[in-house]
Design a protein around this ligand. Sequence first.
Ligand code: NAD
Ligand code: DAU
Length: 339
Amino acid sequence: MTIIVTGGAGFIGSNFIFYMLEKYPDYHIVCLDKLTYAGNLSTLVPIMDNSNFRFVKADICDRAAVYKLFEEEKPDIIVNFAAESHVDRSIETPDIFLKTNIMGTAVLMDACRKYGIKRYHQVSTDEVYGDLPLDRPDMFFTEETPIQTSSPYSSSKAGADLLVLAYHRTYGLPVSISRCSNNYGPYHFPEKLIPLIIANALNDKPLPVYGTGENVRDWLYVKDHCIAIDLIIHNGKIGEIYNVGGHNEMRNIDIVKLICKELGKSERLITFVTDRKGHDLRYAIDPSKIYNELGWFPKTKFKDGIKKTIEWYLNNREWWETIISGEYKNYYEKMYGNR
Ligand code: NAD
Ligand code: DAU
C-alpha cells in the first residue's frame, strides 16, 4: 500500500505519518509538502532514513510536480492535510488560502482522476459549519448541519469540501471527508492557542486572550484524529463525510488558566486583547456517525492529553524556540503588537 500524505511536515500530518509508519510497517508513506512557514523538516528527521518513507518538497498547486509524483509512486490512497490553516492569517491575507486550499485540492484530485487511486481523503474541519450559540449546549454539529462559514479560512475549506463532493458525483472519484474539531498535541505550531500560551508562559510573556475568553472549542488529542483518519481511509464509506471530535468543550479562558496552573505561572500574565474579527463562538461535534459506523471515540482524556502536551513542549524546547526566534517574531509583532 502506498499512501501520499500531503502537508506531512505540519502539525497533524506529521503525527499521522508517525502513527501510520508504526502501525503499518509494510506501507510506503510519501510526504509531499511545500514547507511553508508552518512546515518543519526537523519534525521528520527521525524518519528520514526509514526505507518505507519518502519526503518530496513540492506545492500541491504545482500540477507538473504532483503528476510526476503520481507517475513515480502510483499511490493507492491520498490523504490531503496540506493547507493554510490559521484563521488569523486568513483574515490578513485570504488569497493564499483560496489558492492552496481550493486550487491545490483540485490539482490533487485531477491527478487522482488521471492516474487512478483507491481513495482520496480530504482532511477538513468543523469550522465549515460556522458556529453554535453559547447558550444552547444541546446543539451540536452533525454531518447534516448546513455549511455556513465565518472566515476566509473556513470558506476556503468549505469550498474544497464542495469540490471533493462534486468530483465524486461528476467523475465518480472515490472520496471521503473528515471534519474534525480543534486538535492539540506535539508539533503544534506556536501561532495556535495552546502552544502559543505554553511558549509565552514559559517565557513569562503576556498570554493574549481574544475578547472575553468565553469562546468555546471542542478539543481533541491529535493521535485520536490520526486514529479516526486511519479508520476512515480503510473502512469508511466512499462519498461520505465523517465528523470527528466530541464532548470535550472548553472555554478559552479556562484552557489558559489550566496551562498557568500546570506550569506554576501566575494568572496575572493573562491579557485580554481585541477580539478576532468574525470570531466563532462555539464549536461542538456530534461524533455519533463515526462511532456507530467505525467504532471510533476519543481515547485520550483532556486532563491527560494536556499534561502530555505540556511535557512535550518542556522536553522539546529547541523545536519551538527555533520557530519563535525566526520570522515568527515579525508575525507576532504584527498580530499582537498593538492589540
Ligand atoms: P499546519 O499549518 O500545521 O500544517 C500545514 C502543512 O501543509 C505544512 O507542513 C505546510 O508546509 C503544508 N502546506 C501548506 N501549503 C502547502 C502547499 N501549497 N503545498 C504543499 N504543502 C503545503 O496545519 P495542521 O494544523 O496540521 O492542519 C492540517 C489539516 O487539518 C489542514 O487541512 C486543516 O485545515 C485541517 N484541520 C486542522 C485542525 C487543527 O486543529 N489544527 C482541525 C481540523 C482540521
Ligand atoms: O476547529 C478546527 C480548527 O481549529 C482548524 O480547522 C484550524 O486549522 C485550527 O487552527 C483551529 O482553529 P481555531 O481558530 O479554533 O484555533 P486557534 O488556536 O487559532 O484559536 C483557538 C481559540 O483561541 C479561538 O477561539 C481564538 C482564541 N485565541 C487564539 C489565539 C491564537 C486566543 O484567545 N488568543 C490567541 O492568541
